[in-house]
Write a protein that binds this ligand. Structure first.
Ligand SMILES: NC(=O)c1ccc[n+]([C@@H]2O[C@H](COP(=O)([O-])OP(=O)(O)OC[C@H]3O[C@@H](n4cnc5c(N)ncnc54)[C@H](O)[C@@H]3O)[C@@H](O)[C@H]2O)c1
Length: 281
């Protein structure tokens, strides 16, 4: 077993090849097409062991993709592996710290060897270390930068050669409404999420000619562990500010990732898609 790799198995064989035969007049074919929008694709989902990443892994598996989860949380990956055993060789887990370029370079090589390609990268891993500017320490600043910004750079750099070699790729990264509008107590987090939008535009320009698109998603406030540290009165204020009057669900972000990864999004490049219940209009 390679160091840092939790579980590796045999090569993934692409299976359904005829799902792109789309007959609009045939309802059943339409359903098959939609359900298998990611068939034959290999997707890496960072931070895939919980929250939005876990919901995205579930959605991508439903859509027919092979999924490699990169996460630090070994216990959560172990539990997922046990409860999602029906996916067999289509689901792999790699214990990877995305802040390390060496670790992600090694993990990308392992995914390519194990699953036979790398088509989609979802840069989802992220952390918060909130404090007002006055109280924020250099350590809090560095921690968030190293995961949310350097981690996204590292993972994209590691997969880019594989995508370029096959002249096809999708890079989709987690920004946030905070990256668009700022937020009290989040100097570090806002800087990274705005940075993700800027990097996405650079990659859209640099990699488009190689058949690779780069897009970002800016979620509003989504019910995950990340939100557990937010006081209830602040959550109530967020609901109030959202026209839909509720927080979002991880599955609603996963659906947007699945769309941007699919062939239906082939001409979307360099965009940041807000998925926030209308909070930012
Ligand atoms: N929850 C929200 O309201 C919200 C809103 C906007 C944007 N986002 C963004 O969406 C993404 C997912 O958020 P979430 O709420 O699901 O978070 P979460 O805390 O539930 O999950 C994050 C996952 O990332 C993993 N992770 C953290 N650091 C890592 C590292 N260095 N290497 C590998 N894995 C690492 C964690 O172990 C965890 O499994 C984040 O980038 C976050 O900033 C979340």
């Amino acid at each position: 077993m390679r160091p840092g790799i939790l579980k590796t198995q045999t090569k993934y064989q692409n299976t359904i090849s005829d799902t792109h035969t789309f007959a609009p007049q045939n309802f059943i074919n339409t359903q098959v097409h939609n359900m298998q929008a990611l068939s034959g694709k290999v997707a890496i989902i960072t931070g895939g062991a919980s929250g939005i990443g876990r919901a995205t892994a579930a959605r991508f598996l439903e859509e027919g993709a092979a999924v490699a989860i990169w996460d630090l949380n070994e216990a959560a990956m172990q539990a997922l592996g046990e409860s999602w055993s029906e996916y067999g060789d289509r689901l792999r887990f790699y214990k990877v710290n995305t802040s390390s370029l060496d670790a992600v370079t090694e993990a990308a090589a392992a995914v390519h060897a194990d699953l036979g390609g790398i088509h989609i990268l979802v840069n989802n891993a992220g952390i918060t270390r909130d404090a007002s500017l006055k109280k924020m320490t250099s350590e809090q600043w560095d921690q968030v930068i190293s995961v949310n910004l350097t981690g996204v750079f590292n993972c994209t750099k590691a997969v880019q050669p594989y995508m370029e070699a096959q002249n096809w790729g999708r890079i989709i990264s987690a920004s946030s409404v905070v990256g668009l509008y700022g937020n009290f107590g989040q100097t570090n987090y806002a800087a990274t999420k705005a940075g993700v939008i800027a990097m996405t535009k650079v990659w859209a320009r640099e990699l488009g000619r190689k058949g690779i698109t780069a897009n970002a998603i800016a979620p509003g406030y989504i019910e995950t562990d990340m939100m557990r540290t937010v006081p209830e009165n602040v959550l109530a204020g967020m609901r109030e500010k959202t026209p839909l009057q509720r927080l979002g669900k991880p599955e609603e972000i996963a659906a947007a990732y699945a769309f941007l990864a699919s062939d239906d999004a082939a001409y979307i490049n360099g965009a940041t898609l807000s998925v926030d219940g209308g909070m930012t209009i």
